[in-house]
Design a binder for this molecule. Structure first.
Ligand code: MN
Ligand code: MG
Length: 636
């Protein structure tokens, strides 16, 4: 028994209920599987979202399904196709195979479609049994957008028969036009420079929408791979969906790119947005989360008279595939559509083999046992990868000439995670699964621009992890257990020492304890002291740059690069690009000598195997520590 939507129940003769469904930011998540962790999950997967699609189609209303972009990249299945199997002429990309199985009416491109280059993209699109539209990706710019040569057709007008409330068919022409953030051409400059450019989203919309009307579109849907952001239009803005809603002729907006859910609390209080009504400037809009987590649904009640259609009612909703119960457990709300699962069965198996197989090699062990007391390979490799990526991103910008540093913290460094909670990858082959272990969080890369004074305070904030040590004292406990290791940033590209005899400047939560305190000494860049007034770029992550941990110089107002890629993806790319990595720490930081002083440091028992590799630190085993940890004595 299927419950009819009120619009279907209410529709009269000459009225039609049209449902427009959206998936967005699938990022190759066809199946409910986390390839990094190598285990099934219930929170992602088009095979699940497709069950919601199928239920809506079964209601026998008039329905269209669109995808809003970022489908081609973003998990190891995508990397497997791009880096291992490749796309030859005529190959079917697995996400396209899955989308063909679900059956889409139209789709647009997201910024991530360009990550593997134009050739890869065009070969992938060629396998789709539905049209792609993109109005602002331009191969040759004309005097105005309508004179542009675009990479894909800017829009499509779908000629459909809809059934009205009296069971009579009518012709309905639905225009679909697509947009991508113009930043895409900068983010993927190495693939796109000299080949494509991007128009401002609003400029393209204002030019093309009237053309669609002239060509007979009864209603127009914007496939906006762009977020719900500022209300005021600014040339080239990334998240343009709010001003886009004001463009005359656009009737409904499918949005995305931000991986958020609309209607939903994430957008409470945003100007122009009504979360209760599911509208932007009064027009229905949705954002279907990411990775197949939600199906966006816009319901329209249309009325025809004198050959014209108008919208007489609308609703918007985002339907989840899973929910988190009060106890924190995830419960699936739908099952898989078996045909979708079957469409990628072989590629799934190949992807499993791929994540379990080496993608590169490391010439030194990658472990985090000593990350809090010495230069450390697991932190160093993240720092190297971030700097490698940010250097490329900043090429040709005003920031490119500044010294580039990189900040990273050990995520797995024991603590409350226990004595096994360490990264420990031996020298030799590295698999994708190991990379996940090196970078636990789904952060994206950021770069900030800071002064030498802020740089020093950033390190002072990190140095708050150490207790104050009495010179000449024996066996003092070194680490403050209330200070999480993910807030102990090591900054690569400068050298410095930490004087543990001095009081900390900042407390465990980032609170200023003593403005005059200075534990960071001998802070140098290329062998000379850092000037408090000179400027640096620091590569870091979205958590830190946005104010996470409340670090000086990282409160959200110093960001110069908001990169689209996750730090984990960048790490994978770095390892694939390098082939063999050399993560051996360069010893750029150390404790300042305190003769006759010893401290005790607890770490995982696995550390004993690497003790001999540790240089520049006088350390010896000192027995067992509470909770299964191993204790070490360090002579400062
Ligand atoms: Mn995305
Ligand atoms: Mg995107």
């Amino acid at each position: 028994m299927i419950a009819l939507h009120p619009f279907s129940a209410r529709a009269q003769a000459g009225q039609a209920h049209l449902r427009i469904m959206e998936t967005t930011d699938l990022h190759v998540h066809v199946l409910p599987y986390d390839y990094y962790a190598d285990r099934p999950v219930d929170t992602v997967g088009l095979s699940r979202t497709a069950a919601l699609v199928r239920a809506i189609r079964a209601e026998a209303t008039n329905a269209l399904l669109v995808d809003n972009g970022d489908f081609l990249q973003g998990n190891p299945m995508g990397d497997y196709i791009a880096y291992e199997r490749g796309m030859r002429e005529g190959d079917l990309h697995p996400v396209i195979a899955a989308m063909n199985t679900v059956g889409f009416d139209a789709a647009t491109l997201g910024n991530h479609e360009f990550n593997y280059g134009l050739d890869f993209l065009m070969k992938s699109l060629a396998g789709a049994r539905f049209p792609f539209v993109s109005a602002n990706v331009v191969t040759r710019e004309g005097a105005d957008p309508t004179r542009d040569e675009t990479l894909l057709r800017p829009y499509v007008i779908l000629d459909r028969r809809v059934i009205d409330g009296a069971g009579r068919p009518h012709r309905l022409r639905v225009g679909m036009i697509g947009f991508v953030p113009p930043q895409t051409v900068t983010w993927d400059r190495r693939h796109l420079e000299g080949r494509v450019r991007a128009r401002d989203i609003l400029a393209a919309a204002r030019a093309w929408v009237p053309r669609m009307k002239e060509e007979g579109a009864d209603i127009i849907v914007a496939l906006s791979h762009s977020g719900i952001g500022p209300a005021t239009h600014a040339e080239g803005m990334e998240n343009a969906s709010v001003p886009l809603a004001r463009v005359e002729g656009i009737d409904a907006l499918m949005t995305g790119h931000q991986h958020l859910v609309f209607p939903g609390d994430a957008f409470a209080g945003v100007a122009g947005v009504d979360c209760a009504a599911g509208t932007i400037h009064g027009k229905p809009a949705v954002m279907g989360g990411a990775w197949g987590s939600h199906l966006g649904v816009i319901d329209l009640l249309l009325e025809t008279s004198g050959g014209e259609w108008r919208i007489v009612g609308h609703e918007a909703a985002a339907r989840p595939i899973a929910r988190r119960d009060g106890d924190g457990r995830v419960r699936a709300l739908v099952g898989d559509v078996p045909e979708v699962v079957a469409s990628v069965r072989e590629v799934h198996a190949a992807t499993l083999a791929y994540v379990r197989r080496p993608v590169g090699r490391t010439s030194a062990p990658l472990h985090s046992y000593f990350a809090l007391v010495a230069g450390d390979p697991s932190v160093r490799i993240v720092n190297r990868a971030q700097a490698w990526y940010v250097a490329e991103m900043l090429k040709g910008t005003a920031h490119a000439a500044l010294p580039l540093l990189s900040a990273a913290a050990p995520f797995k460094a024991g603590g409350r995670g226990g004595p096994e909670h360490y990264t420990d990858v031996p020298a030799g082959d590295i698999a994708i699964g190991n990379v996940a272990d090196l970078y636990l969080y789904p952060n994206t890369v950021r770069a900030v621009r800071v002064t030498g004074a802020e740089l020093a305070d950033w390190l002072e904030r990190s140095a708050g992890i150490f207790r104050r040590i009495v010179p000449g004292g024996r066996d003092q406990i070194l680490i403050d257990p209330d200070f999480p290791s993910y807030n102990f940033d090591v900054i690569d590209g400068v050298t410095y020492r930490i004087d543990l005899s001095r009081p900390p400047k900042f407390g465990p939560g980032g609170e200023l304890l003593d403005p005059a305190a200075r534990r960071i000494v001998d802070l140098s860049y290329q062998g000379r002291p850092v000037d408090p007034a000179e400027e640096f770029v620091i590569a870091t992550n979205s958590y830190r740059a946005g104010g996470g941990g409340d670090f000086p110089g990282a409160k959200g107002d110093t960001i110069i690069l908001e990169a689209p890629d996750t730090n984990r993806d960048v790490l994978v790319r770095y390892i694939v690009a390098q082939g063999t990595i050399d993560p051996a720490a360069d010893g750029n930081w150390s404790f300042a000598p305190l003769p006759g002083t010893t401290v005790l440091f607890d770490t995982g028992p696995g550390a004993l195997r690497y003790l001999a590799d540790l240089r520049g630190l006088a350390i010896e085993p000192a027995g067992e520590a509470p909770g299964g940890f191993a204790r070490f004595r360090i002579a400062l």
